[in-house]
Structures are given as structure tokens and as C-alpha cells.
Write a protein that binds this ligand. Sequence first.
Ligand SMILES: Nc1ncnc2c1ncn2[C@@H]1O[C@H](COP(=O)(O)OP(=O)(O)OP(=O)(O)O)[C@@H](O)[C@H]1O
Ligand SMILES: [Mg+2]
Length: 237
Amino acid sequence: MRGQLSIHDLTASYGSSKVLHGLSLQVNAGQITALLGANGAGKTSTLRAICGMLLRQGCVELDGRRIEHLSTEDIACLGVGHVPDGRGTFGALSVTENLQLGAIRRSDRLSVSQDMDRIFDYFPILRQRSTQQAGTLSGGEQQMLAVGRSLMARPTLLLLDEPSFGLAPLMVRELFKIFRRLNKEQGISILLVEQNAHLALDLADQAYLLETGRIVFSGTPDAIRKNDSIRRAYLGT
Ligand SMILES: Nc1ncnc2c1ncn2[C@@H]1O[C@H](COP(=O)(O)OP(=O)(O)OP(=O)(O)O)[C@@H](O)[C@H]1O
Ligand SMILES: [Mg+2]
């Protein structure tokens, strides 16, 4: 199984401002790992650092291969799909065109069209909206499109940045069910960034807690739920 990510002693900065301070974490192949933390903890920066979108140092391995020196494009080609916060779909393009853009680096046209069909099976609402401009979709539909577009590149590891943000609870439940199916049926590993800790822990096999650019706790969702101080701080219960 592929999609194993190992990060060791990762530091990252915006200009001279360091935001990650020697972070280490692991996403096991075929598993879902949650990265939790308050606003400004460095969750988005961690995903960006993995994808080579900001200045970083340390070791990042995908399936045993060092990738921290590679460009964002090369990292994507190796199988890392990044669904950024704010989604980033192209509003003036149709749903189908957005999905096609996700496969822009692929030349296997037949399997691209089969993959689009498969994505429409996971997200039937996107099939119904296939000719509609992405900018006119609801927030939940746009999130589905952003995930679908990322899947078109056939990632082995998906990095999801706050996919539940701004969505109604029903839509969030539906989306998270699909994440579970993608993980179980396609074997895609997932690193899930969420502020909604309850939701993330229900889905994840492992979780890490991030505070001001440092991992302060890691373990199974059960271990996190059983730790009184962490439960109070992150789960509010
Ligand atoms: N483009 C940038 N330039 C300079 N500093 C930045 C930039 N983006 C983020 N930061 C800083 O990096 C730190 C971590 O931010 P980051 O966006 O990674 O946090 P986050 O955990 O994703 O927060 P949120 O839950 O609000 O999305 C913050 O102190 C933030 O101000
Ligand atoms: Mg963020």
C-alpha cells in the first residue's frame, strides 16, 4: 500500500518568521491521520510545507522517498493531493472543466474519463451539476468539487485543509462518509486538518495536536479522548 508520509524535524518559515519548529509526524499507508490545533497553530502551514509551498527544512518522506527538496508540481506528480482551505475551484469554469484540470498532467485519456465517472459515483450531485459553473455551486458542492478535482490526479495521499469549514452539519456528515469510503475502497491515505476535533477523531486512526508550530501530543483518538486536560482543551467536554 502506498501513501505513507513520514515527517521528521520539519521547520518552515514565511520570510524570516518561523512558524513550524521541528515537527515530526507520520501518516501510515492506508490510514487517516488527523492534525488538530487552534487558530494559528500552524496546520495550514504544515500542509503547505509538505507540498513545497513554503521555505522548509527537515525530512519529508513519501513511501520512503525524500521529497522535501522537490517542487510543488513534482510532489503532486508523486501522488500528494492537496485540497487547500478555501477550496480554490475555478468559479468561471464548469464542474467538468474543473475536474479535467485535476488530470492536466495525465496523458491516459481513457482512464481519465473512467476516473471522472468514478468521481461522479462518489459525488452524484456533481454529475447533476456537471455543466454548471463552479462559482454557482453551494459551499458543500464546491468542497466536493475541490476533493474530486484532487482525486483526478490519482493521489495516494490526500491533504485536506478544514473540509468542514462553513458547511451545514448534514453536508459535513455526507462529506466525511465519502472520505471514509475513499480511504477504505481506494486505499487513499489522508492527512486531515480540522478544527472540529470531534468530527476528525471519529474518522481518524491516529491524531496529532499542534500548538504554535510544535506537536504537543499524538496518539489514537481513544487516547486523546481519555486524556482529561487534552479533552477539555480540544473537545470542550
Ligand atoms: N503568508 C503568511 N505570511 C506570514 N505569516 C503567515 C502567513 N500565513 C500564515 N502565517 C502565520 O503562520 C502561523 C500559522 O498559521 P496557519 O495558517 O498555518 O495556522 P492554522 O493552524 O492553519 O490556523 P487556522 O485554524 O486559523 O486556519 C500564524 O501565526 C500565521 O499568522
Ligand atoms: Mg488553516
